[in-house]
Design a protein around this ligand. Structure first.
Ligand code: IVH
Length: 678
């Protein structure tokens, strides 16, 4: 792969080289679902080529990547011809470019009067086309090269928000719906965590995870990744009323029962559009999915038709791209942090750099294979990326900037914390410290034990834990429950009030349910969901300790690998001893089941959006522990929709059905509880 594009080269040679590079990156992005460079970097290359072709019209050629969309569909799928081409979008990177977009429209239309626009969020997933015939889902396809895509119908059927059937009555005889399939950020993080635990390498971003999931031959694999979908346009329609505006199209889609992202707005002029773009640039991180910009569309479809399309881009729409969440900086050093299960997690120490308004000093490097595959070296200039609340990551090195002085990374064969031997099992991407008493592991286990999703012991930050360990007061979680006021008040910054607060939170944590305790213990492969399954499946600690490997594996949702880890844990005498001491400390070791009494008894809830200070799992537990029921989709049987930020289509559905929409505070009131703690 040639890498240097030199301004001194002849234009033909530069164009040829840019095309080669873009083709190569297209291949990595669309076919392999594994890009090597950031989107901003790709956009830069693309613009260079566009500019070169504009300056030298003789270089333009119909097969240039600037004229084509995506890449040819892969051989492994049946091909599907779209009813109308699936176009792509030109980009605008700032307000001036948005104004230039409008100016061109005005020139082309010659005195069109006011131009109304619709803005929509540009969700960073993968484009799909759904064909509904007489209201039934018949076919689903990827974009492919814009004319012909890949048939991924069965995979799309696994997405719960895609209806099998449109609301009868209003739906047209034949309609091709266009939209974005994507992986919510929370699911993306969970998926990557699971992959790392299972020794697979993580996905670079939710887009690749989503595209990869859709382009599976086995629909069961797609189903294991909780994809979501939002419809954004009508590609083709027969036997029904054609809307006159994009706004009307979105309303029609929602009316047929398709999920439409609720953030869309209509604007009378471009100033409103610019305001909307600015506002979402600030708010992008509040959503549970990644957006990389705003799509701006001329509202009236008649104007759209008059404006038409040049090569691959419509002239009536543009993507306003947010400034990249990526930046380039120098990687100073590669270090290793030992995780609670003993994994050796490499991370990069960076020269501090601003990414999307936040200073980044460290970024994750995932694992040994990832470092080798991307060929990341100490001293390299690297691209770093930040997305939503995901930990910043190193996308890869900027090879052009290499001086030759960079040092290749060699993985240690001794644990950097305790010096014990490092083991790496065949087929496992992660390496582990072999010493279960490794101090770094102990520290990470303690941090996990007290964390919010686990025992939720407020007032015990990492530095306080460090101090407690250093003073010899705490070695394992059970020691926390033996701390007294005198010991705590020895710690720096602990006065009478904060000491009492910590004792109170320890006391409160004793009442955390059994499943939380199991999760807090930090067994390998046991996340929140698995912990709940184990607690509900076996009921109490005695049964868990006594359970055979087969009995554990027989619980629905527990695979052989998890079962082996759990079974192994309870065979270790030191673990049993710890559990005994935790029991003496008064923790819950019995599953209470869903209490069918409580203030929320008989009420059915649906939860959507990001709630302030409470995860969805926590909200579900909160409701269920008070007798309520939580289901996944809004129907006439739903009593309340608990909505946070970025609620999406469930909110519309609820409004349509007249279901009460409540916020977290309302829920607390309903439950007869005011104030913070659950
Ligand atoms: S409209 C001609 N609307 O962005 C219109 N696209 O290159 C073409 N995308 O991968 C698409 N959200 O899947 C449109 N609200 C939205 C969108 C959207 C995301 C994606 C689309 C495609 C890319 C456009």
């Amino acid at each position: 792969m040639p890498r240097v594009s030199d301004d001194r080269q002849a234009p033909e040679a530069r164009a040829a080289e840019l095309r080669r590079r873009i083709e190569y990156h297209n291949q990595r992005y669309y076919l392999d679902d594994d890009p090597e460079i950031s989107d901003a970097e790709y956009d830069r290359l693309f613009r260079q080529l566009q500019q070169l072709e504009a300056e030298h019209p003789e270089l333009a050629s119909p097969d240039s990547p600037t004229r084509r969309i995506g890449v040819e569909p892969a051989e492994k799928f049946a091909k599907v011809r779209h009813h109308a081409p699936m176009l792509s979008l030109a980009n605008a990177f700032d307000e001036d470019e948005l104004r230039a977009f409008e100016k061109r429209i005005r020139n082309l239309l010659d005195d069109p009067g006011p131009i109304g626009y619709v803005t929509e969020l540009k969700i960073d997933g993968t484009a799909v086309a759904l064909t509904y015939q007489r209201g039934e889902l018949r076919r689903g396809a990827t974009r492919g090269n814009g004319q012909v895509g890949e048939d991924v119908t069965e995979n799309l059927r696994t997405i719960r928000s895609i209806p099998e059937r449109l609301d009868s009555g209003s739906a047209p005889r034949l309609v091709e719906v266009r939209g974005e399939a994507f992986l919510p950020l929370s699911a993306f993080e969970r998926l990557n965590e699971e992959r790392m635990q299972q020794g697979e390498s993580p996905f670079a971003n939710p887009r690749n995870a989503a595209a990869g999931a859709l382009r599976q031959l086995d629909a069961a694999v797609t189903a294991s990744r909780p994809l979501d979908f939002r419809a954004y346009s009508i590609g083709y329609l027969e036997g029904g009323e054609e809307p006159e505006t994009q706004y009307g199209a979105l309303e029609a889609l929602a009316g047929w029962g398709l999920p439409v992202d609720s953030a869309y707005r209509r604007h009378d002029d471009l100033e409103g559009v610019i305001e909307y773009c600015r506002a979402w640039e600030q708010r992008r991180n509040t959503l549970d999915y990644e957006i990389d910009g705003v799509v701006v569309k001329v509202d009236r479809l008649e104007l759209q038709r008059r404006l038409g399309t040049v090569s691959r881009d419509p002239r009536w729409a543009v993507a306003y791209k947010f400034p990249g969440q990526t930046a380039t900086t120098r990687l100073v050093e590669i270090r290793i942090n030992v995780g609670r299960t003993g994994t050796l997690n490499p991370y990069a120490v960076l020269e501090p750099v601003q990414v999307g308004g936040v200073t980044i000093r460290q970024a994750t490097l995932h694992n040994q294979d990832d470092i080798r595959r991307k060929d990341i070296r100490a001293g390299d200039w690297v691209i770093v990326k930040r997305a939503g609340d995901v930990i910043p990551q190193v996308v890869g090195p900027v090879l052009e900037k290499r001086s030759g002085e960079e040092a290749e990374f060699s993985y240690p064969d001794r644990c950097p914390s305790c010096g014990a031997e490092v083991i790496r099992e065949e087929g496992d991407a992660m390496a582990y410290c072999s010493n279960s008493a490794c101090p770094a592991r102990r520290m990470e286990s303690l941090k996990h034990f007290v964390s919010r999703g686990a025992m939720d012991i407020r007032g015990l930050g990492p530095s306080t834990l460090d101090k407690l360990v250093e003073l010899g007061l705490v070695r394992d979680p059970a020691d926390l429950y033996r701390l007294d006021a005198e010991q705590i008040s020895q710690l720096e910054g602990f006065k009478e009030k904060s000491t009492q607060n910590l004792l109170d939170s320890l006391e409160r944590s004793r009442r955390q349910p059994f499943s939380r305790v199991l999760f807090a213990l930090g067994l390998r492969h046991v996340g929140e969901t698995v912990a709940e399954l184990l607690a509900a499946g076996l009921g109490d600690l005695e049964s868990l300790e006594a359970a055979s490997l087969e009995e554990i594996a027989a619980i629905e949702g527990i695979g052989p690998e998890i079962a082996a880890s759990v079974h192994g844990y309870f065979r270790q005498p030191e673990n049993r001893e710890l559990l005994q001491r935790l029991r003496e400390a008064g923790l819950q070791f019995e599953h209470r089941g869903v209490r069918r009494t409580g203030r929320l008894e008989g009420k059915t809830f649906v939860v959507t959006g990001t709630l302030p200070g409470m995860s969805r799992v926590e909200a579900k537990q909160f409701i269920e522990s008070r007798g309520g029921k939580v289901t996944s989709s809004v129907s006439s049987r739903t009593d309340f929709l608990l909505a946070g930020d970025g609620p999406g289509s469930k909110l519309e559905k609820a409004r349509e059905l007249g279901v009460a929409v409540i916020a977290l505070d309302d829920l607390r009131q309903l439950a007869g509880q005011t104030g913070g703690a659950t």
